[in-house]
Design a protein around this ligand. Structure first.
Ligand code: ADP
Length: 273
C-alpha cells in the first residue's frame, strides 16, 4: 500500500448543544495518489469530517495529521496549502469577474508573483479543459464548467489532496460526468490524491476505495466492489445501490465481460448493445 498522506486517529467532534458526536472516534488513512470516497446518508457526519480535514473545525479529541504534521489552529494555513476543497454549489464559489480572475484569486491571497500566477492559472485551466474560457464571466458557464473552474482554482494552489464535498450533487448528468472524468485525469497526470464526500454511490463507485459512514462512525471500508457486496446492509443505512451497479455486478457474476467494473446506466446500455 502507498504511504498515508493524511491520518485520522480517533477523531471526535460534537457541535455545541448536541447530545451526540457528529464525528464519533473515527480513524482512517488517506493514501498518496488514491481516490477515496466517503459515503453515508444525511446526518452521518460526512460534512463535519470534510470541515475537520480542511481545518474549518478542529477535533475535540484525537488528531489529524497531514504528512506527519498535526492539523491544529497553528498549522492550519500550512495544511490548507496542501488540501484544497471544492464545495457543493458552484455559484457560491466564485469571487472573480472572469474565469481568469477567479482562478487567480487564491494565488493572489497566497502572495504569488504575477508572472508565476498567470502561468499557474493557464496551466490549471488547461488541466480541466477550460482554457478557452479564460475571459468569460463564470456565471455564464454551465454547472459542470463552473465546477471545473472551481477545481482549477484549487489546482492552481498545487495541493496534494483535493476534497470534493458533494461537488457534483447540483450538476446534471453531463456536468457530473465532466467533473468525474476530469478528476480521474488529474489523478493520472498529476498524482493528485482525491477525497470525495458524497451520498451518490454511482460517483463513489469510480473511487479506488470507499468508506461508509453511519451515525458519525466508520461502518465499513473497502473497494467499491467489496462495499457493494453489502447490498442489504447499505439499504438499511439508507443508501441505495444504483441500478447500473446492481446490473453490472450481476452480469459479471454470470461471466458477461463489461468494459469497466462499474458503469453508468448509459455505459451499461452501450456495452450491452
Ligand atoms: P452529513 O454531511 O453526512 O449529512 P453532517 O456532518 O452535516 O452529516 O451532520 C452530522 C450530525 O451533526 C447531524 O446529526 C447533524 O444534525 C449535526 N450537525 C451538523 N451541522 C451542525 C451544526 N452546525 N450545528 C449543530 N449540529 C450540526
Amino acid at each position: 500500500m502507498n504511504n498515508a498522506l493524511v491520518q485520522l486517529e480517533q477523531v471526535a467532534f460534537k457541535y455545541e448543544g448536541q447530545e451526540k458526536n457528529a464525528v464519533d472516534y473515527v480513524s482512517f488513512d488517506i493514501y498518496e495518489g488514491e481516490w477515496l470516497a466517503i459515503v453515508g446518508h444525511n446526518g452521518s457526519g460526512k460534512s463535519t469530517l470534510a470541515k475537520l480535514l480542511n481545518g474549518l473545525l478542529f477535533p475535540q479529541s484525537g488528531r489529524i495529521t497531514v504528512q506527519g504534521q498535526p492539523l491544529t489552529e497553528e498549522t492550519v494555513w500550512d495544511v490548507r496549502g496542501q488540501i484544497g476543497m471544492v464545495f457543493q454549489n458552484p455559484d457560491n464559489q466564485f469571487v472573480g469577474t472572469t474565469v481568469q480572475d477567479d482562478v487567480a484569486f487564491g494565488l493572489e491571497n497566497a502572495g504569488i508573483a504575477r508572472e508565476e500566477m498567470l502561468v499557474r492559472v493557464e496551466d490549471a485551466l488547461k488541466r480541466v479543459n477550460m482554457e478557452q474560457f479564460l475571459n468569460q464571466e463564470p456565471h455564464h458557464l454551465s454547472g459542470g464548467q463552473k465546477q471545473r473552474v472551481a477545481i482549477a482554482g484549487v489546482l492552481a494552489l498545487r495541493p496534494r489532496v483535493i476534497i470534493l464535498d458533494e461537488s457534483t450533487s447540483m450538476l446534471d448528468p453531463k456536468g457530473r460526468e465532466e467533473v468525474l472524468v476530469t478528476v480521474r485525469e488529474l489523478m493520472k497526470e498529476r498524482g493528485v490524491t482525491v477525497l470525495s464526500i458524497t451520498h451518490d454511490l454511482e460517483e463513489a463507485s469510480r473511487a479506488d476505495r470507499m468508506i461508509v459512514m453511519n451515525q458519525g462512525s466508520v461502518y465499513s471500508e473497502g473497494t467499491p466492489r467489496e462495499i457493494f457486496q453489502l447490498e442489504e446492509e447499505l439499504v438499511k443505512l439508507g443508501l441505495d445501490i444504483p441500478f447500473s451497479i446492481k446490473m453490472s455486478t450481476l452480469l459479471q457474476e454470470r461471466g458477461v465481460s463489461l468494459s469497466q467494473t462499474h458503469l453508468t446506466d448509459e455505459e451499461l446500455v452501450n456495452d450491452l448493445c
